[in-house]
Design a protein around this ligand. Structure first.
Ligand code: T3D
Length: 263
């Protein structure tokens, strides 16, 4: 399937679709177009069986500085920010979380505002030791959006989340793993090597099983224990019908490494 993008660079290496946010002069600040291209990319990734993991990073020095503030300045009176969010960053965040394939975010630099929300919409995060995390919203008098108020307290705890949101505290990449914002911090020059290796590892795992696991994790954010147990049972029925489950058990019996096909 061929799709061209103006704000994203997209390349496929085996089962990994590597996506680079590509507005480097503005630290890859978000526009409606970028959000719509990310949504289209998620739709493509869902349909294309050859894509088994997504890796997202930023071009240049920044990862993503949130809403493009040059666009915000030129808005007409009466402009509805919630309409803008409902058209752009909200469906983008949902498309990423609902995509039944793993998304690894490689944070190469400043990660702010709705760009922070984009990073939190991924499943795993690696950060460069030159990365910088800030919520940014309160810095310009805004409240959080793009799911930041949902994911941040769950990752770092309510007190740290409140501090980051109320004071716009900056978290350097080197500290981000200590507080649970990212899975791993790596020296800047090694970020993409490490992230690509992890993305390939994810792509070689049972893709359907990962997709069902992703559903289970999202469901757990609102479910009771009983509801979650019931839901796990339904998902397990689906996982147990996959060829990868058969292969996993056969490989265990044969004492060999499994060769998962993502089906
Ligand atoms: O209104 C709505 O639609 C509601 C939705 C809101 C969602 C949001 O995301 S609100 C939050 C918006 N983002 C921000 O407030 C962050 C603004 N940027 C910064 O605070 C800083 O740039 C950073 C801390 C991210 C990085 O600082 P630093 O010193 O490393 O870089 P810099 O020099 O400030 O920025 C580099 C360039 O990127 C610079 O361009 P120039 O001067 O070299 O031509 C700067 O203007 C540009 N840039 C950075 N952030 C944005 C941006 N351009 C447009 N929009 C930005 N958000």
């Amino acid at each position: 399937m061929t799709q061209t993008y103006e704000t994203l660079l997209v390349e496929q290496d085996g089962g990994v679709l590597e996506v680079t946010l590509n507005r480097p002069d503005k630290y890859n600040a978000l526009t409606s177009q970028l959000a719509h291209e990310m949504i289209a990319l998620c739709e493509r990734a869902e349909k294309d069986d050859s894509i088994r993991a997504i890796l997202i990073t930023g071009a240049g020095k920044g990862f993503c500085a949130g809403q493009d503030l040059d666009d915000s300045i030129s808005r007409p009176d009466g402009y509805s920010v919630s309409d803008h969010l409902n058209d752009t960053y909200n469906p983008m965040a949902m498309a990423m979380r609902n995509l039944p394939k793993p998304i690894l975010i490689a944070v190469n630099g400043a990660c702010a505002g709705a760009g922070f929300g984009l990073a939190l919409a991924g499943d795993l995060r690696f950060a460069s030791d030159k990365a910088l995390f800030l919520t940014a919203f309160i810095g310009i008098g805004l409240a959080p959006d793009t799911g930041v108020s949902f994911w941040l307290p769950r990752l770092v705890g309510p007190a740290r989340a409140a501090e980051m949101l109320y004071t716009n505290k900056r978290i350097p990449g080197a500290e981000a793993a200590e507080i649970g914002l990212v899975n791993k911090v790596v020296p800047h020059d090694e970020l993409m090597t490490e992230a690509r290796a992890m993305a390939q590892k994810l792509a070689a795992n049972p893709t359907v099983g990962i997709g069902l696991t992703k559903k289970a994790l999202l469901h757990s954010t609102t479910a009771t224990l009983q509801e979650q147990l019931d839901y796990e049972g339904q998902l397990q029925n689906m996982a147990a019908k996959t060829a990868d489950y058969k292969e996993g058990v056969a490989a265990f019996r044969d004492k060999r490494k499994p060769n998962f096909q993502g089906k």
